[in-house]
Ligand binder design. Structure first.
Ligand code: COA
Length: 193
């Protein structure tokens, strides 16, 4: 891993400012344009989002979005973590065997990881994940229960860099989880150990 000094990783402050919203929108749409094969969503869908849609995505205490800032203040990477919440519907995942014995745990879902290709292999992906995991460990679930916490994510089987970076952060493939869609698998990490 090379010197991470020129880069700053921050959580987007909520309620999000108009400036940050515009920067995040540009960053996210760029990620969908440049690397469409690694995401469940797509550019056409999100380019049509209203400002209200973007605010719904970002303005919540049950989600945290982290961004990487380059020294000139340009945003070049991002990752969002979704906390357990009443408006996060996990039912579609239940039939996939994703949770195994973890159904009663507090489940945090990592989505939208992306680092601009000009800045890859500098440890930024791992730094984003570590900050998101720290936030999840500190986060108080909406039911405020003391169940154990796990983090999960879906990754395309062909996405070697994605799988490597998550493995380096302690995630492992869930052996029996059936793919949520063709060519994907689920990874899991226990947040309490
Ligand atoms: C996945 C992604 C975020 C990683 O970002 P990054 O900033 O390059 O990540 P890091 O530098 O922290 O770590 C990447 C590691 O993977 C390794 N790696 C990258 N490609 C690899 C490959 N084909 N085979 C083996 N290792 C590979 C790098 O060498 C590096 O390891 P190192 O720390 O030992 O040098 C970036 O590649 C990306 O944005 N990809 C497109 C979007 C995507 O796939 N998102 C994930 C969806 S689940």
């Amino acid at each position: 891993m090379s010197d991470p000094a020129p880069f700053d990783i921050q959580k987007i402050t909520v309620p999000i400012s108009a400036t940050d919203l515009a920067k995040y929108k540009e960053l996210r749409l760029t990620s969908l344009l440049k690397d469409p094969q690694f995401f469940g969503s797509n550019y056409k869908r999100e380019a049509a989002f209203s400002e209200q849609d973007w605010r719904y995505r970002l303005d919540s205490t049950n989600k945290a979005t982290f961004i990487v800032k380059e020294s000139n203040d340009k945003w070049i990477g991002t990752l969002t973590v979704l906390a357990p919440s009443s408006d996060l519907d996990l039912a579609p995942l239940l039939g996939l065997g994703v949770f195994g014995n973890n159904i009663n745990r507090n489940i945090y879902i990592m989505v939208g990881l992306w680092v601009d290709s000009a800045f890859r292999s500098k440890g930024l992906g791992q730094r984003l994940i570590q900050q998101a995991l720290s936030w999840a460990r500190e986060h108080i679930p909406y039911e405020n229960n003391d169940s154990a916490k796990i983090a999960i994510l879906e990754v395309h089987r062909s996405n070697i860099a994605g799988k490597v970076v998550y493995q380096k952060c302690g995630f492992r493939v869930i052996p029996k989880a059936e793919s949520g869609e063709d060519g994907t698998e689920w990874m899991i990490k226990d947040l309490d150990s």
